[in-house]
Design a binder for this molecule. Structure first.
Ligand code: COA
Length: 166
């Protein structure tokens, strides 16, 4: 059975492997050089120190994917806006793991008094756009040629959920 739980230090090698596979093979993340274990450790420690979630989906001891959110932009006015990311290993895709993780980000953000949960998604990432639509996210129009990877320009779409909060 697939379970969600908070990530721990022991999960970092698998989180690193999923991250680096997405960097090497997809336009989902506009990084081109692999991350290191130290970078992932720092990222997780920073998130957890600020009470932001880093959640893994686990099946029979194997990490199938992870999700997290953190600050959208540094200015005070954005304090209740958080930007999330969801990654599922290629072998585990289309089994509902992404949806479980995204729903957990929604639940956590709403429960924590956030007002906006937003994802920055490559316009050609049909899987992620379909996932977010299915989970009730609204979308901005595509911003053209906001970045570059694999020798071509990439368009960017923001997909967001608004929550009741003061
Ligand atoms: C996007 C991603 C997280 C989806 O995770 P997943 O576990 O495969 O998705 P799920 O199985 O939970 O799918 C939930 C719904 O999303 C949609 N969806 C997911 N993958 C899809 C695809 N390849 N094509 C079309 N729709 C898709 C469907 O509506 C699906 O429901 P259904 O299976 O009942 O039709 C995964 O493909 C991934 O990690 N990709 C690489 C990294 C990435 O793009 N991350 C998002 C960055 S913004």
């Amino acid at each position: 059975m697939i379970e969600l739980r908070n990530a721990t230090e022991a999960d970092l090698p698998e989180i690193l492997a999923i991250t680096n596979d997405a960097i090497a093979t997809s336009e989902a993340i506009w990084a081109t050089s692999p991350r290191t274990l130290d970078e992932r450790r720092q990222w997780m420690t920073d998130r957890q120190a600020q009470n932001f979630p880093v959640v893994v989906a686990v099946d029979d001891g194997r990490i199938l994917g992870f999700a997290s959110y953190g600050p959208f932009r540094a200015y005070e006015g954005y304090a209740q806006t958080v930007e999330h990311s969801v990654y599922v290993s290629r072998e585990a895709q289309r089994r509902g793991v992404g949806r479980l993780l995204l729903d957990e980000m929604v639940r956590h953000a709403e429960h924590s008094g956030m007002h906006v949960l937003i994802g920055a998604i490559t316009a050609s990432n049909t899987a992620s756009i379909a996932l977010h639509r299915a989970a009730g996210f609204s979308e901005s129009s595509a911003l053209p040629q906001m970045g570059r990877k694999f020798g071509r320009w990439l368009d960017l779409v923001f997909m967001y959920r608004l929550f009741e909060s003061s």
